[in-house]
Structure formats: structure tokens, C-alpha cells
Design a protein around this ligand. Structure first.
Ligand code: GDP
Ligand code: IMO
Ligand code: MG
Length: 427
């Protein structure tokens, strides 16, 4: 039996969807435990591409249970659309289960996300405007609406009335925009409830029973370590816990149940949205990486900021998540470069630092210290075992391992399921 938590080690979009899909072949259950449809996970099966935002990437294998845990914030409109999208493409979605405790994203959350971002002006976070922050705010403020409430018309209406009083006041009086009509929202959400009711259940019970029955369980993180509300580049973060600890809270399992934590890490670094990024490349090499790697957001289509691999960040992610090993993705994207750089530490006011700093001002003044390695200038996308990789590509991976102390368990050399090199056995 094995229980594996898979997380992003950088700022998201590391290829978690692809690695989840790869590992899900051997898992019985795949669980999302935090975030919402701010996530965009692209999975390529042969020549078919699937873009998933809420449903775990394991759904592409028939017969797997796919759980949306209590820690996820669910936009039911998006979920219904995603179910239709998968059904239209011939994917069986009967294995989906949704936690009764998961919070619901309401239309006012989406609107508040947008107007609050506008009001922040130059201090904007660059959110996905999917209502994620406002939904988690209501959860912490103890006024949120949960999936279980959708199953009880009276309870739902009472909560909606109370919420709309406050949100309409905010929208109309503070933000000078339109509020929402009770009956319209009520009817819309009751139609989602009818559609989703049979998926809603006690998912913590289901997961724990599966663990006792020695099933293989894979927890699919969304976002990344540096977007964690506690451990990331606050306030340029999301409002949940994408780190490994988030799996326990967001799925309702104890830490003693987790066997391994796999970090997913790009062979370089990207970031979407605002906030400091020490190894960012604002030159033609950054453009080359963006073009080679098709670095445009799955959710918002925004161009992703690109930069060199940062060993300070992977060491930090190894500490915060207790990584057992790492999956290095998108190695093929660097194939065309003459040389590749690895950031080994930061220089701050003449001093070299090796640990990721807490202060954003400090971080934005840090200059990366680089080690330069020769490129390999060869197509790696056909490699299926480590020995197939050019020597310089293997040296690059070896140096990442030396600098971070983290074992490499998987290397990805393309978006397809088959373009994956297994290095260590996971399940
Ligand atoms: P996630 O949010 O962590 O699941 O990552 P995204 O799906 O948002 O972004 C990763 C993108 O890179 C997707 O379009 C994947 O299809 C693609 N991808 C994943 N692994 C590889 C790889 O090894 N090489 C290449 N070229 N593309 C990859
Ligand atoms: P996946 O799962 C990359 C970023 C946004 C913004 C910040 C806050 O595909 O890796 P939010 O809407 O969550 O309040 O936005 O977080 N962000 C992501 N960046 N990948 C993601 O998810 C992200 N989800 C949120 O760009 O900077
Ligand atoms: Mg993504």
C-alpha cells in the first residue's frame, strides 16, 4: 500500500497534471485537496489534450475514484461544465466524489475577486479572478456555504439571504457596482445541486477506508509551494495550502497515513501573476524558453514569466514539504540552449545567502548567483530511459540533485504520457 502526495515545488504549472496522470495508472484513488478552478492541469494522452480545472487528473483512467476533498473550493458552474466537457469526449465521470464539507464559490466571490483586484491598482496580486480568495475568506470567517448546504434547500436559502445582505452592501455601497438578486442565484444553484447531489458524500471516510484496505492513493496538489498562503511569497500567493501538509487538512486524513511526498519541478522556473522572481529572464532567452515550453496559462491564457532553475527554491520546497523525491519536468524545453544556468544562492548586499528569505523586499533585492553548464543541443523528447539522454543533460540533472539533496524519481521530456522516464519506483 502506498499513499503519495504530489505537490508543486515552484509557483505552479510545474506539470502536476501530467505527472498525476502518469502515476494514476497505478493508483486506486486520486484526490484534489485544495485550491479550486484557479488550477489548470493539462494532460496529453497520445494526441488528445485534456484541460482540467477541478476534477482530479486521474479521471482519464476508467474505474478510478476521483475525489474533490473538503479543502477545495468548488465553483459548481465550472464543475458541471467540466463534467459535460469530459462526457462529450467519451470520458467516464462516474468515479467522481465530492466532499460534503467543500466550500462553494458563489457569484459574489467572483465579482469581489475582480473588483478588489481593480482597487489594488499597482499592488494587484494578479489573481485568476475565479473567486478563490473571497471564498476562502468566507470559510475562515465562518459564513461560507458548503456542498452539504446545497442538498438542503431551506438551509441554503437562509445562508444565501444572510450572505447576500452583506455582499450586496459591499458591492453596491463600497465598490459602486451591481449586487445579486436572491431568487436568481437561488434557482441557478439549485439546478447545480440537482446535477451534483449524487456525487456529494463523506470523502474523508471513503479515503480512510481505502487506506485501511491498503489501496494506492494519490493526492494531486494544485498551485505550488511558493503560492502557499503560509510558506509562499506572501501576499503574492493563493489563499490555500498547496504544500504537503495541506493534503491532511484538505482530505481529512492523518499525517501518519502518508508514505511519500513527490515534488514536481520544472527544469527551469515560471510564474504567472505578480510578485518577485529572482531568476526571471526578461531577454530573448526568456522568450525562447516561453516559446519552446508553450508557457501560456491553462486557466487565463496569460504569458508565463520564465527564468533559470533555482536551487534555493527547490531546497526550500524540500524542507517545507518533506520531499521524498522530485519529478523534473520539461527538460526537453532546454534542448535548444547553448548553455544552461542554475541559481545556487542569492547575493544580498554583498553577502551570499542560501535560504529562501521571508521578506519580499529583501527577496526582490536579491541577485541570483549562477553556475553555468554546457547545453546539450540535442532533441531529448524521444528519451525513455536516463541512458538515452545526452551526457550534458544527465550532468544537469545530477547537478540539481547535488545542489538540493533531493533524489530524482521521474524525468519528463514532453507533454505526452509516454514521454516520461521512470528513475525510481513510486507505487
Ligand atoms: P500543472 O498546473 O502543474 O498541472 O501544469 P500545467 O498543465 O498548467 O502546465 C504544464 C504544461 O506543460 C502543460 O501544457 C503540459 O502539457 C506541459 N508539459 C508537462 N510536462 C512536460 C514536459 O516534460 N515537456 C513539455 N514540453 N511539456 C510538458
Ligand atoms: P496550477 O494548479 C500558476 C496564481 C495567480 C496569482 C496567485 C493568486 O495550474 O499550478 P488566485 O486566483 O489563486 O487567488 O491567484 O496565484 N495562481 C497560479 N499560478 N498555476 C496555478 O495553478 C495557479 N493558481 C493560482 O496567477 O498570482
Ligand atoms: Mg497549471
Amino acid at each position: 500500500m502506498s499513499t503519495v502526495v504530489l505537490i508543486g515545488t515552484q509557483w505552479g504549472d510545474e506539470g502536476k497534471g501530467k505527472i498525476t496522470d502518469y502515476l494514476a495508472q497505478k493508483a486506486d484513488i486520486v484526490v484534489r485537496y485544495q485550491g479550486g478552478n484557479n488550477a489548470g492541469h493539462t494532460v496529453k494522452v497520445d494526441d488528445q489534450e485534456f484541460k482540467l480545472h477541478l476534477i482530479p487528473s486521474g479521471i482519464l483512467y476508467p474505474g478510478k475514484l476521483c475525489v474533490i476533498g473538503n479543502g477545495v473550493v468548488v465553483d459548481p458552474a465550472v464543475l458541471v461544465k467540466e463534467l459535460d466537457y469530459l462526457a462529450n469526449r467519451g470520458v467516464d465521470t462516474s468515479g467522481l466524489r465530492i466532499s460534503a464539507n467543500a466550500h462553494v464559490i458563489m457569484p459574489y466571490h467572483k465579482k469581489l475577486d475582480a473588483v478588489e483586484e481593480d482597487r489594488r491598482g499597482e499592488h494587484k496580486i494578479g489573481t485568476t479572478k475565479r473567486g478563490i480568495g473571497p471564498a476562502y475568506m468566507d470559510k475562515a470567517a465562518r459564513i461560507g456555504i458548503r456542498m452539504v448546504d446545497l442538498l438542503d434547500e431551506k438551509e441554503f436559502k437562509a445562508k444565501l439571504v444572510r450572505n447576500l445582505e452583506e455582499k450586496n452592501y459591499l458591492l453596491e455601497r463600497v465598490f459602486d457596482t451591481d449586487g445579486f438578486a436572491l431568487e436568481e442565484v437561488f434557482e441557478e444553484y439549485m439546478s447545480y445541486a440537482r446535477r451534483l447531489a449524487h456525487y456529494i458524500t463523506d470523502t474523508s471516510l471513503l479515503i480512510n477506508e481505502a487506506a485501511l484496505a491498503k489501496k494506492d492513493i494519490l493526492f494531486e496538489g494544485a498551485q505550488g509551494t511558493l503560492l502557499d498562503v503560509d510558506h509562499g511569497t506572501y501576499p503574492y500567493v493563493t489563499s490555500s495550502h498547496p504544500t504537503a501538509g495541506g493534503a491532511c487538512i484538505g482530505a481529512g486524513i492523518g499525517p501518519t497515513r502518508i508514505d511519500q511526498v513527490i515534488g514536481v519541478c520544472k527544469a527551469y522556473t515560471t510564474r504567472v501573476g505578480e510578485g518577485p522572481f529572482p531568476t526571471e529572464l526578461k531577454d530573448e532567452i526568456g522568450d525562447e524558453i516561453r516559446n519552446n515550453g508553450a508557457e501560456f496559462g491553462t486557466t487565463t491564457g496569460r504569458p508565463r514569466r520564465c527564468g533559470w532553475f533555482d536551487a534555493v527554491i527547490l531546497r526550500y520546497a524540500a524542507r517545507i514539504n518533506g520531499l521524498s523525491s522530485v519529478a523534473i519536468t520539461k527538460l526537453d524545453v532546454l534542448d535548444s540552449l547553448d548553455t544552461v544556468k542554475i541559481c545556487t544562492g542569492y547575493k544580498f548586499k554583498g553577502e551570499i545567502i542560501r535560504e529562501f528569505p521571508h521578506s519580499l523586499r529583501y527577496l526582490s533585492e536579491c541577485e541570483p548567483v549562477y553556475e553555468e553548464l554546457p547545453g546539450w543541443k540535442e532533441d531529448t523528447s524521444g528519451a525513455r530511459k536516463l541512458e538515452d539522454l545526452p551526457e550534458n543533460a544527465r550532468k544537469y540533472l545530477e547537478r540539481i540533485k547535488e545542489l538540493t539533496g533531493v533524489e530524482i524519481s521521474i524525468v519528463a521530456v514532453g507533454p505526452k504520457r509516454s514521454q516520461t522516464i521512470p528513475v525510481l519506483e513510486i507505487f
